[in-house]
Design a protein around this ligand. Structure first.
Ligand code: ADP
Length: 417
């Protein structure tokens, strides 16, 4: 501008000279702007030559920014690749689901196990796996337990499915092929059921003969009466174990919804309490406090085994003179069955394991009272089949309380005749 002024003054036309110089200056800026635009659009590689002044700085800063972004992109790409490789190496199928349950991403095992193809991306997973149990599980928001079901593509393949929520309403679907484990489990169940079945007849024959021998008044029987009685007692104990094992394997294999009907629980409890009293032989005070209107939609045979197991246990593990209180009531949470005794109690470290098969706190005491070690395992199975839970409170030498919580959905009011 200064130069323009001087030249303008020398030639006597300041305005035109200034106009001319400013125009050149503007053209220079516009040209640089155009080059920058071309460069940013990637139409020119490298920094254009002959850039001077303020534009050189702009190019320099932009170039550095671009380099930094490139390095970052490269790092991210290699991270994503490494992540992809590691998920592909997983032996389990992993499928990323978005907020709406659409398939976002998956690993190699998922592609193999769930037959996922490129065109399945962004489609709902329920288009692929249409089993009602799966849809219910996916929509339940309660993923603490795994879901087991046959593969929709091959009936012989058993899948164990787990949903892991993460991030903002995203879910990871983990699927494992458990066909081998499932087969082993089936073999185990069949084996127990078959062995129990095979043992039942010989045991019935043995105890039948022993019973009739003991009724005979033969001398040789009287001389060995003690031994015969012990033999009869043991064979009966084995019969009880076999019966409990058969019941357990039936509970494991039968469909959950089988044979549910309205059960008159108050009447059932009255009878079971009487059975408990005859087992007690007047050694305990047994009380029953039950809501006379409160019935339950349940499997009657299974329910009676829960009540009798818990009441007989209270009798078996409560010394003479103790109290046993049985309650049956309902509240907002559902229906509750409770057996409280003033018996030997259970130390805390045993409580979590009581429902395992053959787990006994005191093997000697259990055998002496004719226990099979399977009662609470049966209770747990039956409750599971009714969506009910078992709660155990106990203190050594003070007593125990066993509570069964049944969901409100099973409650039925007594029908008025
Ligand atoms: P069992 O046939 O031995 O009674 P259960 O499965 O019914 O088998 O019970 C498992 C174990 O739990 C018992 O051996 C006993 O040690 C303990 N148990 C169950 N009920 C009671 C109770 N009411 N009081 C104290 N211990 C109990």
């Amino acid at each position: 501008m200064l130069l323009g002024l001087l030249i303008g003054a020398a030639i006597g036309n300041v305005a035109w000279t200034l106009f001319f110089i400013i125009s050149i200056y503007l053209i220079w800026h516009l040209r640089n702007l155009y080059r920058l635009d071309q460069w940013l659009q990637g139409k020119r590689a490298g920094i254009p030559h002959a850039v001077e002044g303020a534009w050189a700085d702009v190019y320099h800063h932009l170039y550095r920014l671009q380099q930094r972004n490139r390095r970052r992109k490269k790092r991210l790409a290699s991270m994503v690749n490494r992540f992809r490789e590691s998920t592909n190496a997983l032996p389990d199928a992993a499928v990323v689901l978005d907020v709406n349950g659409n398939i976002e991403n998956w690993n190699k095992t998922a592609a193999k196990l769930l037959k996922l193809r490129k065109q399945d991306a962004h489609r709902p997973i329920t288009n692929l796996m249409r089993q009602p149990q799966f849809i219910q599980y996916l929509n339940s928001d309660e993923y603490t337990n795994n879901l087991q079901l046959p593969s929709p593509f091959n009936e012989d393949v058993q899948l164990s499915i787990r949903v892991v929520p993460y991030g903002k309403n995203q879910r990871l679907l983990m699927v494992r092929d458990i066909s081998r484990l499932h087969k082993l489990e089936q073999m185990r169940q069949d084996f127990i059921a078959n062995v129990s079945h095979e043992l039942r007849t010989p045991l019935t024959v043995i105890s039948g003969y022993l019973e009739s021998m003991l009724e005979d008044d033969e001398d040789w029987v009287r001389e060995n009466e003690g031994s015969f009685k012990a033999m009869l007692q043991q064979s009966m104990r084995m019969q009880n174990i076999v019966a409990d094992l058969l019941l357990l394997s039936r509970l494991e294999t039968e469909e959950k919804t089988n044979k549910k009907q309205t059960v008159d629980v108050p009447a059932m409890l009255k009878m079971t309490k009487e059975d408990g009293e005859s087992l007690s032989h007047g050694r305990h005070t047994i009380t029953l406090d039950s809501d006379p209107q409160l019935c339950l939609r349940a499997n009657s045979e299974e329910l009676v085994s829960v009540f009798s197991n818990l009441i007989y246990n209270a009798v078996k593990y409560t010394p003479q003179g103790g109290d046993i209180n049985i309650r049956w009531y309902a509240d907002e949470q559902g229906a509750h069955f409770e057996v409280q005794d003033t018996g030997v109690g259970i130390a805390p470290q045993h409580i979590a394991r009581l429902t395992e098969r053959f787990y006994r706190v005191d093997v000697g005491r259990s055998r002496a009272t004719g226990g099979t070690g399977l009662g609470l395992a049966i209770v747990k199975h039956v409750l599971g089949r009714h969506d009910a839970t078992l709660e155990i409170d106990s203190e050594v030498d003070k007593g125990s309380t066993f509570r069964c919580h049944f969901p409100s959905s099973l409650i039925m009011e007594r029908e008025v005749a």
